[in-house]
Design a protein around this ligand. Structure first.
Ligand code: AMP
Ligand code: ZN
Length: 117
């Protein structure tokens, strides 16, 4: 069923506490933790606790939860004292998605080029 934890999903395991993560914020519906391979001085991932494979599936299946994730990106940026930051949702392997549990990257703490590579 949509939203149910997947046995083979890394981020579902982080939500369940089966894999450790450096959690910076948690709400009833979301978790934010530091990326293990940071691409900027601040690189935090915000995920819904429920499993959806990508951002659009999340928005379609649980729009309120998608809004929770987006709201948390700002909360992370505020806590990290970022005036400017970038929120990225990679979708599909060709765009660099490697974990198929929806997640927002919050990147900041350095200059960010546009367009991204
Ligand atoms: P993406 O490539 O957009 O699917 O993003 C997945 C992100 O998860 C990558 O930036 C990885 O560095 C990060 N990542 C993978 N494993 C872990 C982990 N155990 N803890 C924190 N971040 C992770
Ligand atoms: Zn998952």
């Amino acid at each position: 069923m949509a939203g149910e934890a997947q046995d083979d999903c890394l981020f579902c395991k982080i939500v369940a506490g089966q894999i450790p993560a450096t959690v910076v914020r948690e709400t009833a519906t979301t978790v934010a933790f530091r990326d293990i391979n940071p691409k900027a001085p601040v690189h935090v991932l915000v995920i819904p606790k429920a499993h959806y494979p990508d951002a659009a599936s999340l928005a379609e299946g649980a729009p309120g939860l998608a809004a929770d994730v987006l709201r948390e990106t700002r909360a992370v940026a505020d806590e990290e004292k970022l005036e400017s930051y970038r929120t990225v949702f990679n979708t599909g392997a060709g765009a660099g998605q490697t974990v198929f549990h929806a997640h927002a990257h919050v990147l900041g703490g350095r200059g960010l080029q546009w367009p991204p590579g």
